[in-house]
Design a protein around this ligand. Structure first.
Ligand code: ATP
Ligand code: MG
Length: 569
């Protein structure tokens, strides 16, 4: 089902042995054969939304091959559709690319930087008899276009003279023509089997304000006309895009052949990233935002780069994921478990450990003095000694998880049971004596005692604790909110086969816990740090809601795949 569903812990060193993908192979060949001396690629987002995990694949590919072969990669905003675009999106995209760890060559570029040149080339096509102004309405044009099995018909405006076309195109530019009244079309072949060659539109009238060019233009080039020519202006050697553009390649090449462009770029296509339980369409992601199904583009449940960042995913994890899924020309579906593997794997290596009780219940340790605070030391990371140690205040009252106590339990339950022992992580072994209940019968407090002299060693009496649980001092801790996330969609294919993806939204994808108790060292946590809360998963501060007065932690991901539940009870 997935392209690479066999990702396991063993594939750790895959980079050393991973065979080159087809883009790497063809670039290597081009360099060896002297077709190019220097590789130039580009990442060409349209600023009409925030970047998502599919874009991360494209970014890693375009910037990755440029880096690998000593070339450069441009960041070019494909801004030919002003109504849907904005400066907010431009800024978010720049930030996301940088955050992922990539640097574009020189300044950010815009297709709109080339509008004058593109206009001149459109005039050139007219002068060569290769373009004409067409007055067919969109409906008429559709009828004239034919179908996949039927040739199209020539537009009645196809044989206008060069002079007439130049005059009309000038009127389109100057704003004298109404939107929709006409368009400029390339004169190619209305019977071409490839529909993209049936006199495609190259300029439309749009009297829209543009975020870069203001009100200068009343006409805007089509994607097909703008893209390849922008590549040619920038000297792009390998214009890498997704497979849906394969059928546009003959048109891409036609423009390059019929225009006096300064270089001859080539387009190559790869398979877009599709992942189960995930939507990767900007239009649909925008709908989630606009209709308030989520809390903005950077909602930690969103598959956007900004959402993943806010959730606590590291750039290294995302790059690792993109590396693992590889680059192919066949469409596949990646298992979200593979993404989660990369996230977990990276955090495990780097995240300092800490303790936080999500559902606290108080434990009073009767043989610890009221005033006493004993500081335990614990390593911040099991293997990264450079991260140092932290101090854990140990006091007469502590919190443990409600789940970690039972009055009675069978042998499989390796936590605290009345009359039995458990080890407190980084501290003493304790034994439970009594459960105190409120009038409703709920346990409100556990009375227990510590077994003396059990720091770092088993009890002298030989009665060993069954397991280890985490805890936090009830008097010296950080009260916080914790946000737990689940998949945003319950359906493996949220938008497949005519389904309404909104109906597959997981109503329980966000759980907000108040009154969680974190170890006091976390009061010093900063927004760019990530932690493993022992036994609970990986967490970071939420960049939107966190404040010193009210700390808020996001769970990035659990410790293991909770959807393949391994119950230890
Ligand atoms: P969407 O379908 O989400 O609107 P798009 O292709 O319209 O995406 P662009 O901003 O034009 O969005 O995309 C910029 C680049 O990212 C393009 O080269 C595009 O091919 C690539 N890209 C977009 N989605 C994916 C994906 N799911 N996997 C890989 N590359 C992608
Ligand atoms: Mg696009």
């Amino acid at each position: 089902m997935s392209e690479h569903s066999n990702a396991t812990e063993n594939s750790e060193n895959k980079n050393a042995t991973k065979p080159a993908h087809f883009i790497q192979q063809l670039i290597r060949k081009d360099l060896e054969q002297g077709v190019h001396q220097k590789i130039v690629t580009r990442f060409p987002p349209e600023p009409n939304g925030y970047l998502h995990i599919g874009h991360a694949k494209s970014i890693c590919l375009n910037f990755g091959v440029a880096d690998e072969f000593g070339g450069v990669c441009n960041l070019r905003f494909d801004d030919t559709n002003p109504e849907k675009e904005s400066e907010e999106y431009v800024n978010a995209i720049r930030r996301d690319v940088e955050w992922l760890g990539f640097r574009w060559d020189g300044e950010v570029r815009y297709t709109s930087d080339y509008f004058d040149q593109l206009y001149a080339w459109a005039v050139h096509l007219i002068e060569q008899g290769n373009a004409y102004v067409c007055d067919l309405t969109p409906d008429e044009a559709r009828n004239y276009r034919g179908t996949l099995v039927e040739a199209g018909k020539n537009s009645p405006y196809r044989d206008r003279s060069v002079a007439e076309n130049l005059a009309l195109f000038e009127k389109m530019r100057s704003g004298e023509m109404e939107e929709g009244s006409c368009s400029l079309r390339a004169k190619i072949d209305m019977s071409a089997p490839n529909m993209n060659l049936r006199d495609p539109i190259i300029y439309r009238i749009k009297k829209a304000h543009h975020h870069q060019t203001g009100d200068k233009w009343n006409i805007y080039p089509s994607y097909d006309f703008a893209h390849g020519q922008s590549d040619a202006i920038e000297g792009i050697t390998h214009s890498i895009c997704t497979l849906e553009f394969e059928d546009h390649r003959p048109l891409y090449d036609w423009f390059i052949q019929n225009l006096p462009v300064p270089s001859t770029p080539h387009q190559y296509e790869f398979a877009r990233l599709n992942m189960n339980y995930t939507v990767t369409s900007k239009r649909k992601l925008k709908q989630l935002v606009d209709e308030n199904h989520v809390d903005g583009w950077d909602d930690p449940r969103m598959p956007t780069i900004s959402g993943m960042r806010r959730r606590g995913v590291t750039p290294a994890a995302l790059r690792d994921f993109c590396e693992r899924i590889g680059v192919t020309r066949s469409d596949g579906l990646v298992d979200v478990a593979m993404y989660e593997f990369s996230v977990r794997n990276d955090l495990d290596k780097t995240a300092p450990r800490a303790m936080c009780v999500l559902h606290p219940i108080k434990v009073t340790l009767t043989n610890v003095d009221e005033e006493q605070v004993e500081y335990m030391t614990a390593a911040r990371h099991p293997t990264l000694e450079s991260l140092g140690e932290r101090k854990l205040p140990f006091t007469r009252t502590i919190y443990i998880e409600q789940d970690d106590f039972r009055e009675e339990a069978n042998k499989k339950y390796k936590r605290l049971v009345l009359g039995k022992r458990v080890r407190l992580r980084n501290a003493y072994v304790i034994e439970a004596d009594l459960a105190i209940r409120d009038d409703a019968g709920n346990i409100t407090e556990i009375v227990a005692h510590i077994i003396e002299d059990t720091l770092g060693k088993d009890p002298a009496d030989g009665i060993k604790p069954k397991g280890v649980i985490h805890w936090v001092s009830a008097t010296e801790n950080l009260d916080c909110e914790v946000r737990l996330y689940d998949r945003l969609f319950t359906d493996e294919a949220p938008d497949a086969g005519g389904k309404n993806f909104l109906e597959t939204i997981n109503a329980d994808s966000l759980e907000i816990l108040q009154g969680c108790k974190a170890e006091i060292s976390l009061a010093e946590a900063t927004l760019d740090e990530r932690f493993q809360f022992e036994r609970q998963g990986y967490f970071c501060l939420d960049s939107k809601y966190h404040s010193k007065e009210k700390p808020v932690f996001n769970r990035t991901i659990g410790l293991r795949d909770t959807w393949a539940k391994m119950d230890d009870e």
